[in-house]
Design a protein around this ligand. Structure first.
Ligand code: ZN
Length: 437
């Protein structure tokens, strides 16, 4: 997994996994159990404070409270603090959801006593010396020393360049399946530094929609990605969640049947999420590869802050926001961004407001020309094209010329290419343009 850092738009962070084997369990178990104890202490203390004082304790308060605990002294101080930070983040997101009207959310709860909690080592908590990783514990304990393979910190970019990363964070996670610990995995995040991007080249604009992704490039190339399968998977995911929720509401919370249903629900969702993420990954990779292959230097996507306006659905209620939020746009754009940087293409976001109701060719604006079934029929220059491609073309024009209204397209459009998900090949393949209808 990788992502781009907030500190610099072209700084790349990437996490690599190293399986450790079950024989390491004896070394890590006490540490992971100590982290679990800190978590449970956070839950207990927060609940008490909420009950007696009607407020949630702050992060600093929790950290100060547990400093003297025995479990705190098992871990490196930064690792212990990281556990509190994770708890605090979970509480914050719970409160945010609660305030947004999701009354069904529960606050983060106690974990079973024997739960092996993921332990994080921050920058000062580990050291690297001659192919070994030294994970520090508290001052009174011996550190854990792990051998690491040669070139463990080298990442090859798609163009063949090898980049050496600086490790910035390490985590040890337990892989648990059906309540059995199957393995321990070391996750190391590397800072690959700022990747130099192209300074000269074409510009591409993207319009993400629930079932279609439209792309227009400044040399006239047009692409339409049909993502119906992805949308169908998202809808199926909601259906499964609702079905389990209905079944669970009929039995007592915490009962044996309720627990069985919860486990089955999580299993079903995990399986579905793997398929959803695979499709998203294939899509964003394909987009970045097209840009790299066609000499694009700058890609522009819609600003996701605009999504809440829900003008596309014409609904202003809760239902509308649910419909929009079904699609994991943020995750998709984050994936698109780092995959672009890896291929030396800069991606940024800009508002696409109004681009879907302006003609991509002549720049005349009229919402009524966006017809049903995804067709744009311009009443001024008589252009007929797929509505989302019209949107991405107008969007590109805004990026190139500063505005899309009243501006003529400065280049000719090529016939659009249409791509569809191929279930057997597990990737997007080009199909005849009729498939988009
Ligand atoms: Zn027109």
């Amino acid at each position: 997994m990788a992502w781009s850092s907030k500190s610099h738009p072209h700084r790349l962070l990437l996490t690599k996994q190293f399986p450790l084997g079950l024989e390491m369990l004896a070394l890590f178990q006490p540490v992971m159990l100590a982290a679990n104890k800190i978590w449970n202490s956070c839950v207990w203390h927060s609940r008490e404070t909420y009950k007696t004082e009607g407020r949630w304790p702050s992060e600093t308060e929790l950290k100060a409270k547990f400093r003297a605990f025995a479990a705190w002294k098992e871990l490196h101080s930064q690792s212990a603090q990281a556990t509190v930070e994770e708890y605090f983040e979970a509480v914050s997101s719970y409160r945010k959801h609660r305030n947004n009207g999701h009354g069904e959310m529960n606050p983060p709860g106690f974990k079973p006593k024997n739960c092996l909690r993921t332990v994080t080592w921050k920058r000062q908590g580990f050291a690297v010396e001659n192919n070994t990783l030294i994970l520090k514990l508290s001052r009174t304990r011996e550190p854990i020393i792990l051998p690491v393979p040669e070139n463990w910190d080298v990442i090859t970019l798609p163009d063949g360049t090898r980049v050496k990363g600086a490790p910035v964070e390490a985590k040890v996670k337990a892989v648990v399946r059906r309540r059995r610990v199957e393995n321990l995995v070391l996750h190391v995040t590397f800072d690959l530094g700022v990747i130099p991007v192209r300074t000269e080249g074409l510009v591409s604009a993207y319009d993400y929609n629930s079932a279609l992704v439209a792309r227009t490039v400044s040399n006239g190339t047009q692409d339409l990605f049909v993502c119906r399968e992805l949308l169908a998977l998202m809808q199926y995911r909601n259906k499964i969640t609702a079905e389990f929720q209905a079944k669970m509401s009929r039995c007592r919370e915490g009962s044996r049947r309720w627990k069985k249903l919860l486990a089955a629900k999580l299993r079903a969702l995990r399986k579905l999420d793997r398929r959803i993420k695979q499709m998203e990954h294939a899509l964003t990779k394909h987009l970045a590869e097209l840009d790299a292959a066609e000499g694009v230097a700058r890609a522009v996507a819609g600003d996701l802050k605009d999504l809440r306006r829900s003008s596309r659905t014409g609904m202003k209620n809760k239902e509308a926001s649910q419909k929009i939020n079904q699609m994991p746009y943020h995750r998709m754009q984050a994936g698109h961004k780092y995959k672009s940087i890896m291929r030396r293409v800069h991606l940024d976001a800009r508002t696409e407001k109004g681009t879907s109701v302006t003609c991509g060719v002549c720049g005349a604006r009229n919402p009524a020309w966006r017809r049903k079934r995804g067709l744009w029929v311009c009443g001024s220059c008589k252009t007929t094209m797929q509505a989302d491609l019209n949107g991405s073309t107008s969007f590109l024009k805004r990026v190139l010329l500063g505005d899309c209204i009243g501006r003529q397209l400065p280049f000719a459009l090529k016939p659009p290419r249409v791509w569809r998900w191929d279930r057997r090949l597990n990737r997007f393949v080009q199909v005849s343009p009729r498939a988009a209808a």
